[in-house]
Design a protein around this ligand. Structure first.
Ligand SMILES: C[S@@+](CC[C@H](N)C(=O)[O-])C[C@H]1O[C@@H](n2cnc3c(N)ncnc32)[C@H](O)[C@@H]1O
Length: 310
């Protein structure tokens, strides 16, 4: 199956490179392959013998990358996997420990534009919102949430994950509407939300509710917490974990989990994209990059042995 080229524009590429400092012979794990720009940049900068393992839950992202994989031979491995299982995937690769691990969170522009995923409130599609078959363990979809969850559960979800001040109104409108007819499509839901709230904001009134649903369906915060906890155990001394997050709930988890790491240098403030990038790629405007650098230990057995084989 051939795939259209990616629509996704990777954010903060120079900053990520500066944080991970890829070098020949290094090993890198890109937990969120997406359009593949960060992975390929790591491959180029770690040439001729650096290795990159890229994960994604979205089969379309993998197919797209596989078309370019040949150019890098055995140096680039691509796996359909949830980063929740990052440790197992890393161990299966036989490449532990890694010198750099990258997370670029959220969804890609390709996923947003894919009607079958049902992620956009501007394109009609099924109320699914799973980023891929491995996105969650229980098969939960947005359709189940909006048609079955109680008012209380909906309010809690929209308020917590969406940080939506009209959570009560939106939840009540969802309950009211589904009494008459089940929700089946994204536009159907977006119209109900739009009609339930005052037109006060510059963003589409369904933005925050759609974000909340996507986060719940893909169990995003729990997966991130798990992956960040495990990242420490597969990272080489001297290595770096870098995370790009797009909203405050994610950023809080990154900050709190980094604090639990022992023997690391943690950047106090996150980096933001520069003005020129935000101008050229509005999606970058809410990006925040945090990095945790593991201290080197002298005579570290694992790294010494590995590099003597490179
Ligand atoms: C913002 S995009 C990454 C873009 C990428 N850095 C690039 O250079 O194009 C985020 C990607 O992470 C993937 N993703 C989200 N949650 C995931 C998870 N739990 N496990 C693996 N991949 C995930 C999405 O499917 C999406 O392709």
């Amino acid at each position: 199956m051939s795939q259209e080229p990616t629509l996704h524009r990777a954010v903060m590429v120079p900053e990520v490179i500066d944080a991970l400092k890829p070098r020949p012979g290094g090993r890198y794990l890109d937990a969120t392959l997406g359009g593949g720009t960060h992975s390929e940049e790591l491959l180029k900068r770690s040439a001729p013998n650096g290795q990159v393992l890229s994960l994604d839950v979205d089969p379309a992202a993998l197919t797209r990358a596989r078309e370019r994989q040949k150019a890098y031979g055995q140096r680039w491995r691509i796996a359909e996997a949830n980063f929740r299982n990052l440790k197992g995937e890393a161990e299966n690769s036989g490449w532990v420990p890694f010198d750099g691990i990258l997370f670029d969170l959220g969804l890609s522009s390709d996923e947003l534009a894919d009607p079958s995923k049902g992620l956009s409130f501007q394109i009609d599609g099924p109320l699914d919102m799973r980023l891929g078959p491995k996105a969650n363990e229980d098969g939960l979809t947005a359709e189940t949430i909006v048609n079955r969850w109680s008012e209380k559960e909906l309010i809690e979800l929209i308020r917590t994950f969406g940080e939506e001040k009209f959570a009560v109104r939106i939840a009540k409108a969802i309950i009211e509407r589904r009494r008459q007819k089940k929700f089946e499509s994204t536009l159907d839901l977006a119209d109900t939300i739009q009609a339930s709230v005052p037109k006060t904001s510059r963003i589409h009134p369904a933005t925050r509710t759609f974000q909340a649903l996507r986060m719940a369906v893909n169990d995003e915060l729990a997966s991130l917490k798990q992956a960040l906890m495990d990242a420490d155990s597969i990272l080489a001394p001297g290595g770096t974990v870098a995370v790009i997050s797009f909203h405050s709930l994610e950023d809080r988890i990154v900050k709190q989990t980094f604090k639990k790491y022992k023997n690391y240098q943690i950047s106090k403030k996150p980096l933001s994209p520069n003005e020129a990038e935000v101008k050229n790629n509005p999606r970058a405007r809410s990006a925040k990059l945090r990095a945790a650098h593991k201290n080197s230990t002298k005579n570290n057995y694992v790294t010494d042995v590995r590099h003597s084989y490179d």
